[in-house]
Design a protein around this ligand. Structure first.
Ligand SMILES: [Zn+2]
Length: 51
């Protein structure tokens, strides 16, 4: 599980930031899925332009 400190804006593996002792919140999943969706649209645009 990955946590993120909103104070330091850094990712950590602990529920409390080691730097500022602030309680961290679970980090959001990577945004790769959104980038994949855009990649699919770009591929479709390429195919549509070819056809
Ligand atoms: Zn911190």
């Amino acid at each position: 599980m990955l946590f993120k400190c909103k104070q330091c804006n850094k990712y950590t593996l602990t529920e409390q930031c080691l730097a500022c002792k602030t309680n961290t919140s679970p980090a959001h999943p990577p945004k790769y899925s959104k980038e994949d969706k855009y990649a699919i649209y770009r591929r479709r645009e390429k195919f549509s332009s070819i056809n």
